[in-house]
Design a protein around this ligand. Structure first.
Ligand code: BDR
Ligand code: CA
Length: 357
């Protein structure tokens, strides 16, 4: 199985990403880190622990590490109207915080600050794997990019290049309007400097932004299909999560047919990149026909209406006088297409496997 690390701010759609990461035989989840985003750092950490317990992962198999409670340079912004005050509003069937199974995921302690312990853990994980000749792992980032930016800044770059295959992130809004502001997507707006560091990293970066995640709508027929499977602990968590998420997206965002499952797509990409292949072959941008073409992507970090927005040179329009663009070239693979029909069986199969464990 392909080794992955999940950095998340659970989060209803983060929960779906975690479920898929845990219960797909083709993947091996080496650990999870939490970051402040949809809710405060303490809440997303607790939520990650509750979800790991609910989905049947032990703390030995899948260590949980708490990361940053604040963005690199800004005050935290949460999304209570979409995810509830605690980040997992309306989710039923999760174990209590005080239960032994949840506490086992929270008991890791470190002497120093949590983000430093996280970077040390990831660094030694990468070193051990590289020394043992193991395949490079993929990092999946489904919250604000704070933890991953720190890792990129602090870990030796040679180790990162050898140990990390790619960073698959949910964030940004290539070519479409934002969700948290007219110009920006939530994960990128919350920590735009971190998003910029990640997009500009020398590692391969794959971006699932709103342009593609808004094609993955959890519709009522899908929900009915889930309910028709009958009640069970994992199904109850998923169905109550999606009910709350659907109501929030309907009332706050005007999404009448259902909520987008954003973060889930990052893990789906690792399972089957062909889901994202363009429907008709093309050679746009002078590149071979792959699931995702590389473009120059810039994250806006100056104050104002465009803070956190992604500017994508879809047609290689690089202003020559703009040194950064000319020098940097194409930095991010942008997912653009999705075979939505083939997406959902991945989720149903993961639920079934989680139940059968
Ligand atoms: C992103 O923001 C969060 O609300 C979701 O979990 C997702 O990661 C969508 O913009
Ligand atoms: Ca998220």
């Amino acid at each position: 199985p392909h080794a992955i690390w999940l950095d998340a701010d659970p989060g209803h759609d983060d929960a779906l990403a975690l479920l898929l990461a845990l219960h797909s035989p083709a993947l091996r989840l080496l650990g999870v880190s939490s970051v402040s985003g949809n809710a405060a750092g303490l809440s997303t950490w607790h939520n990650a622990a509750k979800l790991l317990a609910a989905f049947g992962a032990s703390a030995e198999q899948v260590p949980l590490l708490r990361g940053c409670d604040v963005p690199l340079m800004r005050t935290p912004k949460a999304a209570p109207s979409i995810h509830g005050e605690d980040g997992l509003g309306g989710v039923k069937g999760l174990p209590e915080l005080s239960s032994p199974s949840v506490q086992s995921h929270l008991k890791r302690t470190s002497d120093g600050p949590a983000p430093l312990a996280l970077v040390s853990h990831l660094t030694s994980l990468l070193r051990t794997r590289v020394e043992a000749g193991e395949e490079p792992l993929s990092i999946v980032a489904t919250g604000p990019m704070t933890n991953i930016a720190l890792l990129l800044r602090m870990a030796p770059s040679e180790l990162l290049l050898k140990g990390v295959k790619q960073i698959v992130l949910m964030g940004g809004n290539p070519g479409v309007s934002g969700n948290i502001s007219p110009a920006a997507e939530f994960n990128f707006l919350v920590d735009p400097e971190a998003a910029r560091i990640v997009c500009d990293s020398p590692l391969p970066v794959i971006m699932a932004g709103l342009n593609v995640t808004h094609q993955a709508i959890w519709t009522r027929p899908l929900h009915a299909q889930l309910l028709s499977l009958g009640a069970s602990p994992v199904r109850d968590v998923v169905s109550s999560a999606m009910e709350f998420f659907a109501a929030a997206y309907a009332s706050q965002m005007g999404f009448a047919s259902g909520p987008p499952v954003h973060d889930f797509l990052c893990v789906a990409y690792l399972l089957d990149a062909s889901l994202f292949a363009p429907p008709t072959p093309s050679a746009a941008n002078g590149q071979a026909d792959e699931e995702a073409k590389r473009y120059r992507v810039e994250v806006q970090t100056s104050e104002g209406h465009n803070l956190g927005a992604t500017v994508v040179a879809f047609h290689d329009q690089w202003p020559i006088e703009h040194e950064g663009w000319a020098a940097g070239g194409r930095n991010v693979r942008v997912l653009e297409h999705l075979d939505t029909e083939r997406l959902w069986p991945l989720l149903f199969a993961a639920i079934e496997r989680a139940e059968a464990r």
